[in-house]
Design a protein around this ligand. Structure first.
Ligand code: SAM
Length: 412
């Protein structure tokens, strides 16, 4: 595959490598990490993507003036140098088209670019999110101050040219930081959210809410989460670092009750909306730091049969692990996009009595060096056969009860 700037931009380190070889390298790296942290679990083959190109559903570009012309592109690795490009094979075609159109409009509307050194100017970045199944698109302009001349013209021109754009927002970020979005942006057009279809659910999300980057692969990952959680109808599931609630909402039909915990209030608002719009009633959400919640839960010995955690790249905390273990869940399912912190945490879980049984890898980031891991942990020496027998006995007992109730109703 050809890309003139792949070496400078660093977004697709493995661009010229066959997919099987990419998978092999990723798997070997995870195996090495596991050995380094003394994690002896079985590591499955990397689940490769059926569609490894044009998958990135979120893209952030910067702008620069080069030889008098406005250009846009990703930043070179570890720098704020914009590497301009026309087409990126990892981005959906429509996203490439919108970025090109915005870049032209910035030039023709004479929108000043933000200068990081002086803190003057207007436009810093543009973020585009694309809902894979519905085609809905969100555009966020990140500006140095609330002043955004030509804002109305930009919104009008963009929505006229691209009816797929359902919402446009402006985030004001005048701080000296590499974090693109810290606060909740203001809505310029639409309702500030877009909606996708995932695992048979309609999921709405806002600009700052997390959403997995490769939607098709995300469905496969959640399917594995369901298998690994192995929920029983009366179980209570704790979904920590839950974002817009996607994992808990997907698994809610397999258990009795779900509690989701998340610190981004805006994402939780989406989670509550998603529960309601999908008619899911056995789920509640708690706006809290995950560790603080776990400590409270441990203090009051709240009971959760299965705990899911899907923390950001930094992984979770020692306190989270200690509290989670003290609740004695039957299973813990850990999802992570950073295998280094995952292994570190698995080692800590192991020391606290929970062993990793199995690790599965999903290529959510084809042509990059990243891979997503999902694993299941159980109490050391936990007798799986005995537990399965117990679960089967309980299921048949429940089925017998339902049958008896039906018979009683019929005979009345
Ligand atoms: C990798 S995302 C996973 C989101 C969700 N599970 C999903 O699959 O879409 C991590 C989430 O953890 C949230 N988060 C980060 N730090 C947190 C903390 N200390 N307590 C609770 N949530 C946190 C982020 O806002 C983000 O939504």
């Amino acid at each position: 595959m050809k890309c003139k700037v792949s070496k400078q931009c660093g977004g697709c380190t493995y661009l010229n490598m066959p997919e099987k070889q990419q998978a092999q390298i990723k798997q070997e790296q995870v195996e090495q990490l596991a050995a380094q942290y003394h994690i002896k679990a079985r590591i499955g083959d990397v689940h490769m993507a059926a569609h490894p190109l044009h998958y990135r559903n979120k893209v952030i570009v910067g702008f620069a003036k080069q030889k008098g012309t406005i250009v846009s592109g990703l930043y070179a690795k570890h720098s704020h140098r914009v590497v301009p490009y026309d087409q990126c094979v990892l981005q959906p075609e429509i996203v490439n088209e919108i970025i090109a159109a915005i870049t032209k409009m910035v030039q023709s509307m004479k929108i000043e670019l933000y200068n990081e050194k002086t803190g003057t100017g207007v436009l810093r970045h543009v973020m585009i999110r694309w809902a894979h199944a519905t085609g809905e698109i969100m555009v966020v302009f990140v500006t140095g101050s609330s002043m955004f001349p030509s804002r109305k013209n930009m919104v009008r021109a963009l929505t006229k040219q691209f009816p797929q754009i359902k919402t446009i927002l402006q985030e004001v970020n005048g701080r000296n930081t590499s974090v693109v979005m810290e606060r909740e942006p203001m809505v310029l057009y639409g309702n500030g959210t877009i909606t996708d279809l995932l695992c048979g659910l309609k999921l709405r999300y806002s600009a700052t809410a997390f959403y997995q980057i490769h939607s098709e692969q995300c469905e496969a990952l959640y399917d594995m989460a369901r298998k690994m959680a192995d929920l029983h109808p009366r179980d209570t599931l704790l979904d920590t670092y839950c974002g817009i609630g996607s994992i808990g909402l997907t698994l809610a039909s397999s258990c009795g009750h779900v509690v989701g915990v998340e610190q981004n209030a805006r994402a939780l608002k989406d989670a509550a909306y998603n529960a309601q719009s999908n008619g899911i009633e056995n789920i509640e959400f708690v706006p809290m730091d995950a560790t603080a919640f776990m400590k409270e839960a441990a203090k009051y010995q709240q009971h959760f049969n299965v705990i899911v955690l899907d923390p950001p790249r930094a992984g979770t905390t020692r306190d989270f692990i200690q509290a989670a273990v003290s609740l004695k869940p039957r299973r813990i399912v850990y999802i992570s996009c950073n295998l280094e912190t995952l292994m570190r945490d698995l080692k800590r879980f192991k020391k606290s009595g929970y062993e990793t049984r199995k690790i599965e890898l999903y290529d959510l980031f084809p042509y990059s060096e990243h891979v997503e891991g999902i694993c299941v942990l159980e109490k050391k020496y936990y007798n799986q056969a005995a537990s399965r027998k117990k679960a089967e006995a309980r299921k048949s007992f429940e089925a017998k009860k339902i049958k008896e109730r039906k018979q009683r109703r019929r005979s009345k």
